[in-house]
Structure formats: C-alpha cells, structure tokens
Design a protein around this ligand. Structure first.
Ligand code: AMP
Length: 281
C-alpha cells in the first residue's frame, strides 16, 4: 500500500472510516513536518501498535508567539511524504490553514496548571495552541492511539491531562527521545544552528544528565539548577529559561530525591534558536 495524502477533514474521515469498516485499528502521529528520525520513530511505533497509521502535518500558527519562528519554520512536505512512504505509513493528513481554522473559528482548549508552567510561562499561549489543535486532530481522526515524543515532555503530560479531562476515547502513548550520537535531541529547529552553535548544543543534554545523576545521588535540586544554569551560560547559551527537577507526572517542583519518579527539564536559547531537552532521573 502506498502513502495517500488528504487535505480535508471529510477525506480524512472517509479514509479512516474505510479502515474501520475493514476492522483495522488506527494510530495517529501529529507533527509539524520537517520530519527526522524522532518523528519516524513515532511512525514506526504506531505501525507496530496499530494496523493503519495516519501522520498529520500542520504547522499550527496558534502555538507560535508573535516573536517566534512561524514564518521561517521549515516546510518540506514532498520530502516528508517520501520519508513516510518509505516507512510504510498509510495516510498523510496535510490540511491548509483554512481547513483547520475556518473563518469564525473561536473555540480554544486550555489546560491551566500543567499548561501554565515551564514552557507555558516562557511561551504564553503555547499550550492553548497545542491543546486546541491536538483536540481537533483527535476528534477529526478518532484514532485508537496517538503518539507523542518525550522530547516535548510537558506537551505529552498536557495532552494526557486534556484527553482524560475531555473523555476523548484515545490512548496516548509517549515515544523515547531520539538523539544525535553526541546527545543533542533531534529537532526540526536544529537546522537553525550555526556550525559553532551546533558544536555547543550537546552541552544542554550533558548538563541535565549530570543534574539527574547528582539529584539521584542526593544533591539539592535548587543548587543543581543554579549550577546547571551557570554551566550553560558559560558554554554560550543564554538566556536560560529554566533547568528544573520535577515530579514526572504532575511536573510539580521537587527539592530532594525521595524515590518519586522525576524528570529534569531544561530550555535555553543558543543564538537565535531555543532548545529544550529533558531526561529521566
Ligand atoms: P513537532 O513536529 O516538532 O511538533 O513534533 C511532532 C512529534 O514528534 C511530537 O510528538 C514530538 O515530541 C516528536 N518529536 C520531535 N522530536 C523528537 C525526538 N528527537 N525524539 C522523539 N520524538 C520527537
């Protein structure tokens, strides 16, 4: 079977309805395109878990702030489609802006609390944009499972909360972070890095790994965060939005390791590129 591309909700539903009629389970992998191995690992996970896989490609303007990179965000649909075809994905839903947000569209999905901290604080409105578009995609496609990368760890928690709160009948699955050999998490935004910045970028992962190890060994979270910020500034990052140790599910701050599953999360700018990363303790 080769990859089919659809651009309207009606065509998406017709395809998925056909699969349902044949008794197939459905996996959904939402993306903003410029696909790399991180995205493709989610596609493989979906192909493994469901009989049919639909990938979505939509650069969602509602999750970009006024001073962010919407205008220059990489768009390479033909190359993305070729990669998905090679992986064996079944359907690509690539709607235009007017299909997703027709004139008059007004409804917003918001997840206060989880969506207001960390990334939500650094990027006001970001998680409203994410929650709104993901809710729409889940209602449009009605998959059995939907897959999201741990690269965007807070996003994964926000989406789980939203799905539980709205009783959306889908199972949300996380996928492990895919990294370069030197530790840098793959991201569509890594193409913005200059060669000099690219050489510095792995320091982010190295630093939060050190924080995770030292936190597990009993050191104080606040002192480790302060140390990590210094390390990053010294390496050439700046500003550093946060380096923090959190409860892995609620994302509440932690002070000392007490066995609670926890996660170190960080966000910092490197030149004009904002990088995020996280690791389990
Ligand atoms: P994006 O296109 O950046 O919105 O990402 C689409 C999906 O791919 C999200 O669920 C991301 O968390 C996931 N993703 C992005 N980068 C990675 C990575 N390096 N490893 C695993 N998943 C990723």
């Amino acid at each position: 079977m080769s990859l089919e591309i659809v651009r309207t909700v009606a065509d998406l539903r017709a395809h998925i309805g056909g699969w349902r009629g044949d008794g197939h389970s459905v996996g959904l992998v939402p993306t903003m395109g410029a696909l790399h191995e991180g995205h493709l690992s989610l596609v493989r996970q979906s192909l493994d878990r469901a009989a049919r896989t639909c990938v979505t490609l939509f650069v969602n303007p509602k999750q970009f702030g006024p001073n962010e990179d919407l205008a220059v965000y990489p768009r390479e649909e033909a190359a993305d489609a070729a990669k998905l075809e090679t992986e064996g994905a079944h359907l690509l839903f690539a709607p235009g802006i007017e299909e997703m947000y027709p004139d008059g569209a007004a409804t917003k999905v918001s997840v206060p609390g989880l969506g207001g901290i960390l990334e939500g604080q650094s990027r006001p409105g970001f998680f409203d944009g994410v929650a709104t578009v993901v809710a729409k995609l889940l209602i449009q496609a009605q998959p059995d499972i939907a897959l999201f990368g741990e690269k965007d760890y807070q996003q994964l928690q926000v989406i789980k909360r939203m799905v539980a709160d709205l009783n959306i009948p889908v199972h949300i699955e996380g996928g492990a972070i895919v990294r370069e050999a030197d530790g840098l998490a793959l991201s569509s935004r890594n193409v913005y890095l200059s060669p000099e910045e690219r050489a510095v970028a792995p320091t982010l992962n190295a630093t939060i790994k050190a924080v995770a190890e030292r936190f597990a060994a009993g050191e104080d979270a606040a002192a480790l965060s302060a140390w990590a910020v210094d390390q990053l500034l010294e390496a050439g990052f700046g500003p550093v939005d946060y380096v923090t140790v959190r409860d892995a599910a609620s994302l509440e701050p932690l002070t000392r390791h007490d066995g609670t599953p926890s996660r170190v999360l960080a966000a910092a700018k490197l030149g004009r590129t904002r990088l995020i990363d996280n690791v389990a303790v």
